[in-house]
Design a protein around this ligand. Structure first.
Ligand code: FAD
Ligand code: NAD
Length: 476
């Protein structure tokens, strides 16, 4: 309650996986909540233009891959026929099922939903410009949560036209399947959407400016994916940049720059730019509210996600890396609890990262490279999926599960997994790191057989040199 006996008024700006859980949680804690977003229903980038549509299409890509693999097992389905209109409509149905469900939940939780774009007028009020017609309105608040997310970034001089030069939003529309597609950026989006287009029939070339794909992941986790993509993609060019793009009516002329580029002038039907995202903070009127951002535009926050104006919070992509939906949702709980006066702080030990390629790559906690670079004492226990019964039954031995361990305490500091379904398996690693599990806890917890979840237990066995299925060469 406020000093004058009212429920505190909370304005949540942006209804993505940061904003809508923050609004719901604040309402559950007894606050008077208004949630503002330009779309008709909550969902944000994740549901409308990110996680959900991309994973819907990646599921289809995986199905196509598995059907092709089945030929080696004596089952042939023939050449797939792809009806793009039906595929698009299936993806749109998935989005609308999820977002309309969130609309119902918003009403059920008595959260007021205002469709529009908000901007701070002063430290206690927003101006909301409706996106569905009508007049602008002023909304006064006691607390605000900024959850406005991020948008695709592009290198200087790259103009996204949505037809020849795409960003993730336009690529997810799958207007057609280009014969040739250049993907600029070998990170999450480049590899996930590149995989979708390759599975649908495009000749995909990836250029990545760093020396390896997915620069933030451990190299041994990336290697099995690299091997698979070398045959799925036409070409992967590392340490390479796009020096210039020239859009023509029938394609895009591209100049590539890099020490190992043999053919710098190329033409592609389409180009997908996937070089990172930038926070949506510049048009929020942050100055009017006394909220500071850093030089990249991320709103500055403390351990409770309080901004430099202590009654205003910021969560999700707009509050900094990693730009992941589950990190935004975690922060939503921290901020709503802090508004309610609870002592909850942001102290996650393991934010999982999952790249939904085939094979998937997932990791959490400390990576081996981070441990090495920071000089932190560590041991690594790895179990290759070549020794997993379940992976063999699936015809997918191209995986690896590894534990990064603290030598003195034998605590699990990090977990990395590459392989089919790695994204599901990493949750056990998150729990192990968050609960301070020791390697013995993983070894002595009975895992169901035959499953790829056993590879976590087997990696723990490798640490003790007791794996029944694998002898690690580097362990005595
Ligand atoms: P957002 O989801 O971006 O939502 C912010 C909302 O605020 C938007 O609806 C926006 O329109 C609205 N908004 C902006 N400005 C205003 C304003 N002034 N007033 C009112 N509303 C405003 N993450 C994962 O964890 N897993 C994945 O598999 C995954 N896949 C992805 C695939 C793609 C192609 C992309 C692009 C991203 C993916 N991400 C994934 C990242 C994930 O989408 C983001 O981390 C997540 O959506 C961030 O949530 P958020 O609530 O901070 O912001
Ligand atoms: P990213 O940061 O994952 O990858 C961008 C890549 O582009 C990097 O490898 C970078 O080195 C490279 N790059 C940058 N500039 C370049 C240039 N000029 N030429 C060639 N390469 C260049 O960014 P993204 O793939 O655009 O994704 C944005 C964010 O969205 C991700 O970081 C992640 O937070 C989120 N996301 C998550 C998922 C998931 O969780 N599965 C999926 C998609 C997106």
């Amino acid at each position: 309650m406020t000093a004058d006996g009212r429920q505190p008024r909370v304005a949540v700006i942006g209804a993505g996986p940061g904003g809508y859980p923050a609004a719901f949680h604040a309402a559950e804690l007894g606050m008077d909540v208004t949630l503002i977003d330009p779309e008709a229903n909550p969902g944000g980038v994740c549901l409308y233009r990110g996680c959900i549509p991309s994973k819907t299409l990646l599921h289809v890509a995986s199905l196509l891959g598995e059907a092709a693999d089945a030929a080696d097992w004596g089952v042939s389905f023939g050449r797939p026929e792809i009806d793009l209109d039906r595929l698009r409509s299936w993806k749109d149905q998935v989005i609308s099922k999820m977002t309309s469900g969130l609309g119902l939940l918003t009403r059920a939780r008595r959260v007021r939903f205002v469709r529009g774009l908000a901007q701070f007028e002063d430290p206690r009020a927003l101006r909301i410009e409706p996106t569905d017609g009508g007049d602008a309105q002023r909304l006064e608040f006691d607390y605000a949560v900024i959850a406005t997310g991020s948008q695709p970034a592009a290198p200087p001089g790259f103009e996204i036209d949505g037809e020849r030069v795409l960003d993730s939003t336009s690529a997810l529309e799958i207007d057609d399947i280009p014969g040739t597609l250049l993907v600029v950026g070998g990170g999450y989006i480049g590899l996930e959407l590149g995989s979708v287009y390759a599975a649908l029939g495009s000749n995909v070339t990836v250029v990545e400016m760093e020396t390896g794909l997915l620069p933030g992941a451990d190299r041994d986790l990336v290697r099995p994916l690299e091997r698979k993509l070398e045959s799925a993609f036409a070409e992967i060019l590392l340490s390479t940049r796009v020096a210039s793009l020239q859009v023509r009516p029938d394609g895009v002329d591209v100049e590539l720059a890099g020490a190992r580029v043999e053919e710098p002038s190329r033409c592609f039907e389409k180009v997908l730019v996937a070089v990172g995202r930038r926070p949506n903070s510049s048009s929020l009127g942050l100055d009017a509210a006394g909220v500071e951002s850093d030089k990249r535009g991320f709103v500055k926050v403390d351990h409770q996600r309080r901004t430099t104006a202590s009654h205003i919070f910021a969560i999700g992509d707009v509050a900094g890396e990693p730009m992941l939906a589950h990190k935004a949702t975690y922060e939503a709980h921290v901020a709503a609890s802090a508004i309610a006066g609870h002592a909850m702080t942001y102290d996650a030990q393991a934010i999982p990262a999952v790249v939904f390629t085939d094979p998937e790559i997932a990791w959490c906690g400390l990576t081996e490279a981070e441990a090495r670079d920071s000089g932190r004492p560590h041991e690594v226990a790895s179990f290759p999926w070549a020794a997993s019964g379940r992976a063999t039954t699936l015809g997918r031995n191209d995986g690896l599960t590894k534990l990064i361990l603290e030598p003195t305490t034998e605590r699990v500091l990090g977990v990395g997994i590459t392989g089919r379904g790695a994204g599901e398996l990493i949750a056990e690693g998150v729990l192990a790191v968050e609960m301070g599990a020791r390697v013995d806890d993983l070894r002595l917890s009975i895992h169901p057989h035959p499953t790829t979840s056993e590879t976590l237990m087997e990696a723990a066995e490798v640490f003790f040199n007791t794996s029944p299925h694998y002898i690690a060469r580097n362990r005595g």
